[in-house]
Design a protein around this ligand. Sequence first.
Ligand code: B12
Length: 209
Amino acid sequence: MDALINALLVGNGADSIAHSQRLLHAGVSVERIVIEGIEEAMTSLDEKCTVSQFNLLEIMLVGRSVTDVMNYLYPGGSLPAGSKDTVVLATMEGDIHDLGKNILKTVLMGKGYRVVDCGKDCPLQKLVDVSEKESPLAVGISGLVTSIIPLVKQVRGSLRARGLEQVKVMAGGAALKQSSAERLHVDYLAETAFDGANYLDRISGGAIP
Ligand code: B12
């Protein structure tokens, strides 16, 4: 796993894929590779992404290697036949981080959900409009900067105001998971993408009203 983390951190996509392949062959699950490899690598990038110290090229190369590994772990990434419910995903306006959202998207599609991705820097109005059109089981919000928290708090109320009270709201991402579902006014706060997928499985099966 350390070799994978190192390859990701130097932005070497080919080596990152080779190490992921080795881990898979050694019986390590995709879930562990994502959480203990990719997520861990990005966390250790932390000090390179502060306001005082910032190397965009370096971070973007790491991001590209993450995408390479996700494409390898989930080949095709396309919508499987007989898909489950729809989920609408977004990173809210003012937040341009989307690696976590894209990982969640891949994981959900891999589990058979139909995913409608509103992208990053998404205005609240757009999220509500898309939700009205798509009738999703849930809306998933990914948040990496704390400045978007006031916007996240408005999502459930805005959906309700549009008559979409049955749509569950789940949140995740580094800036949001330090908070709580109550404080963010969401139905569920996920630790990882897999955690979010399991929550959806529970609500789509009717385990949570
Ligand atoms: C990579 C990165 C960038 C990249 C983003 C590339 C991209 N396409 O996403 C770039 C270089 C563009 C960038 C820019 C900036 N960044 Co930046 N960035 C990061 C960094 C290093 C990693 C983030 C990341 O991708 N993590 C990996 C992913 C996989 O983790 P994750 O999102 O948490 O996702 C996992 C789970 O949380 C879950 N998940 C995520 N979302 C959701 C949603 C749901 C519904 C569910 C169920 C699950 C789920 O799934 C994933 C897998 O399990 C973080 C540091 C950190 N520790 O987070 C800083 C960080 C987020 N950035 C920060 C800052 C300050 C910035 C900038 C303002 C810097 C600047 N000087 O301009 C800018 C612009 C920000 C803006 N307006 O949006 C700060 C935010 C501080 C704060 N608390 O507000 C951080 C924390 C760094 C720091 N220590 O200061 N950044």
